[in-house]
Design a binder for this molecule. Sequence first.
Ligand SMILES: *Cc1c(COP(=O)(O)O)cnc(C)c1O
Length: 398
Amino acid sequence: MLTGRERAVAEVDLAAIRHNVRRLSRDLPPGGQHCAVVKAFGYGHGAVPVARAALAAGSSWLGVATATEAEELREAGLDAPIMVFGPMTGAELALAVAAGADVVAWSGPFVEEARRLGARVHVKFDSGMGRLGVNEAGSRELCAAAAAGPSRLVGLMSHFATADEADTAFYEYQLGRFTRLAGELRRAYPDLLRHTANSAATLRSRASHFDIVRTGIALYGLAPANDDPFKDDLWPAMRLTSYIAGVRHVQPGDSVGYGRRFIAEAPARIGIVPIGYADGIARALTNRGDVLVAGRRCRITGTISMDQLTVRLPDDGGAPGDEVVFLGAAQGQRILCEDVARLLGTINYEIVCDVGARVVRRYAHEQETDEEAALWSAAREAGERARASETRTEGETG
Ligand SMILES: *Cc1c(COP(=O)(O)O)cnc(C)c1O
């Protein structure tokens, strides 16, 4: 009987979350705020522990997609400002307002209802995303309506469609439109908070930062363009593991699993791993995905089932009880979420969001150590010195 671990575990390193918040806040303008986007169960990582860690590292806003997500944060005792990004029915709007969350508006009737409820409103300007939002004229009207009370006009926001793409033309177009409208409306409403940057824009250019940046994917240490998070000094927070529950020795002609999609040509060792597609290991990784067993890469071999899967073990490695890594590092080897996403023709966002509800979330480094705090204050001071000398240089040349 194996003891000591759950069948499938997503370990979330909260020190990595804190690091990423500080990394993302590093280049913000004076007074610039960080909104930690924790919608969709914190992109699979767990919204409440991630939100706590982000706030501890200096985030001042939390972003969610739904009223219920806002309510869950409040029930956990978090009292930071929250914005709810998504469309809401009347009932959901009432729930969000009751939870003390800010709401996002892009229609007259919605603003009227928000006014009736005394909501705090951010108007959504569509600068080119082509999804939610209204144009310049519509934004002016909605801002005026929300500011007329008893609701409050809090912010003007927009969202980028291509901030993660190498071609920056459309990004620059959206940024230009937002910059012009935000400047105009800020003169009309001096307290207006302007925000448009997602993770990709936050990393791409300071011109996108304005008053608040809203970062999701990079908060979790994942690369917005699905390439290499380490090049931007982001630390992946999630490590997804299971273990070898048993080893089978197959002979030539023996098959493994549904549909007999692996038939042994030679004697082989097959490890049985109690994690499946219901836990978020995409069935399309059958015979294609890799895992780490004791630091060695092994192929997922045979059809992935709902609750378990099988891997081809080395002839001389892999024993019952060994850890099996799906995302994360072991003995100097690493499987990046981005690599798995590329193999599946999708993006890292979907990989972590798909990690199933029955995968146990475990949190590491809940408390910041003195060492971590000291490292960060040293980094902050170095950053301030660098900015000060940059400003001097600009002053000299300009
Ligand atoms: C999800 C979301 C974000 C975060 O986007 P990332 O690409 O994960 O940084 C920001 N703003 C809005 C409105 C969102 O819905």
